[in-house]
Design a protein around this ligand. Sequence first.
Ligand code: KG4
Ligand code: ZN
Length: 343
Amino acid sequence: MALILGLESSCDDSAAALVTSDRQILAQAVVGQADRHSPFGGVVPEIAARAHVEILPDLIRQVLADADIEAGEVDAIAATAGPGLVGGVMVGLLAGKGLALSTGKPLIAVNHLEGHALSPRLTDSSLEFPYLLLLASGGHCQLLEVRGVDDYRRLATTIDDAAGEAFDKAAKQLGLGYPGGPAVEKLAEEGDSSAVPLPRPLVGSGEPHFSFAGLKSAVQRAVASNEHRPEDIAASFQQAVVDCFIDRTRIALEASDAPSLVVAGGVAANRSVRAALEQLASDHGRRFSVPPGWLCTDNAAMIGWAGAERFAAGLVDGLDAPARARWPLDGGAEKVRGAGVKA
Ligand code: KG4
Ligand code: ZN
């Protein structure tokens, strides 16, 4: 059994966790920075990096104390090394390097996307490779075949905005503040999802790529028209995203013989998204898996778990591991026009 300390600092959540290779989470702590960023309507990179400097050391101390473990007792230190806001990534990665140096334990430089991609295996011990993954977060919207640790094939990506970004922008238009996803989901509960006609970009196209920029503009117009109730806009927007997910994922499912469908990343915390994908999997005779909501949004348990999976595969890194703003999971994937504009 290996014990891994996971560190996460790629966006606006500072997090630390102690995770074992037999799927126990001995301790974990996440501190969001929404209060620091909300006056600006989005994450300010420099504020995020400075906040990680302040917050992360206390979180590391806290998880070690909660689990009654000394830093030297861990088997490896897994820190997010990208992709993300590179100032923040450097803070967590350098903290991990300092701990690795002082304890003599190996560093594992984790791709944040691999953290999301492997997260369902932390809580679902019977989820085997390969599986088809819809990874929907604030920075990414991709369909990937997860063949194993460090082994990904990207089937589709977004040609403009990420799904979580679309939720955040819709929330901003509706005056709901940041982060937008949970606020839009809550408001949508009161609304009629068929009240506002909104586009479903790329639905029906043969390649399973995503696009959300046109939906964002349509929400903007719906708000400006003053013709609709905000809750109806929220519900109709959420339904449009769900419809895009279902149509695009169906295309990928039909092209893949992976026995399981998985959804992960912050947007997978959304109950309408979870329910619709579960139904899609069942319609196609596939097993469905989704992590609990707290494991969908950014956290360090998933980084510790990805570290445990990499450690078991003998994948450790040197102290020269770089912090990366961009770091695709499938380095061999063909470029898609318009894709990868956002980190
Ligand atoms: O995975 P994550 O925590 O961070 C990134 O790696 O980007 O994803 C954050 C994104 C944000 O855009 C947030 O609005 C969205 O996930 N999100 C949601 C929900 N909870 C978080 N979107 C829709 N419904 C939710 N309940
Ligand atoms: Zn994330």
